[in-house]
Design a protein around this ligand. Structure first.
Ligand SMILES: Nc1ncnc2c1ncn2[C@@H]1O[C@H](COP(=O)(O)OP(=O)(O)OP(=O)(O)O)[C@@H](O)[C@H]1O
Length: 248
């Protein structure tokens, strides 16, 4: 349920709290992640680094409630995800979390416009947040399209027909529309050249700041880390990594 705006302003819950979390993939011989505590403040922008295979994507999947830990709790915007049924978790995610994945996960046969608006169609909370700001999904789509350089006929074209850069910007608009409190981005800039990377990060940061959204961002490219409030070295907080990898 949406909090009353006054209550939400008075005591902003942390965007994410992970507590004593342990996760092992099905059929894996060992745990992938063991994290005692991880807190992401409301509105905080965190860059997650770590070697390939260290569990960065797994961490994002836990935070997004896509997978469930075998032990411990993941709390997003004050809601413990393990207290929700699978269906309620899906609805909570649609309401409160925007994802920008490496492979974008757009529906290829739908237009860019419909891909973006789908995020609002599935979420009464996203629509309500827009209404509370005297705007609508269509008006917010137009604003984001302008900000994201999705002009001309791009919005009308099927996602499968768009360039990689256009698809990425459509995915960002879909994540941001309706102002979810948490944006999760997994290598969203890997297909872009340096100039476009910079522009994309600026935009993501600006939109998250305007919406008060926290940003959890994974990349191999450490040069991007300076744009964030904090760098989280997964190898340092993951006790599995500490136990199995030699420290320098
Ligand atoms: N769906 C899955 N089923 C089983 N094991 C998985 C699955 N996804 C990831 N793993 C395993 O979990 C570990 C962490 O993978 P993960 O993708 O989270 O790492 P990563 O840090 O994001 O890697 P990269 O930087 O290469 O994307 C790896 O050993 C991987 O093989």
């Amino acid at each position: 349920m949406e909090k009353a705006p006054d209550a939400a302003r008075a005591v902003p819950a942390p965007a994410v709290v992970m507590s004593a979390v342990r996760y092992r993939w099905p059929r894996a011989a060992a745990d992938c992640l063991a994290i005692d505590e991880l807190v992401l403040a409301a509105g905080e922008r965190v860059f997650v680094r770590g070697p390939s295979g260290s569990g960065k994507t797994t961490l994002l999947s836990l935070v997004g409630g896509v997978i469930q830990p075998q032990a411990g709790t993941v709390t997003v915007a004050g809601q413990a995800l393990d207290r929700l049924s699978a269906g309620a978790r899906d609805r909570f995610r649609a309401d409160h979390v925007g994802f920008v994945f490496q492979m974008f996960n757009l529906l290829p046969y739908l237009s860019a416009r419909d891909n973006i608006l789908l995020a609002c169609r599935f979420s009464a909370a996203r629509r309500a947040r827009l209404r509370a700001r005297n705007t609508s999904p269509a008006a917010e789509l137009a604003r984001l399209a302008e900000r994201l350089d999705l002009g001309g006929d791009v919005l009308a074209r099927a996602a499968a027909e768009l360039s990689v850069g256009q698809q990425q910007r459509v995915a960002a608009a879909r994540a941001l529309i309706g102002r979810p409190g948490l944006i999760i981005a997994d290598e969203p800039t890997s297909a872009l050249d340096a100039d476009r990377q910079q522009a994309f990060i600026d935009l993501l940061r600006g939109e998250c700041a305007a919406a008060g959204a926290a940003l959890l961002f994974v990349s191999h490219d450490l040069r991007l880390a300076r744009h964030f409030d904090r760098v989280l070295d997964l190898a340092r907080i993951n006790r599995v990594a500490a136990l199995t990898e030699p420290r320098p």
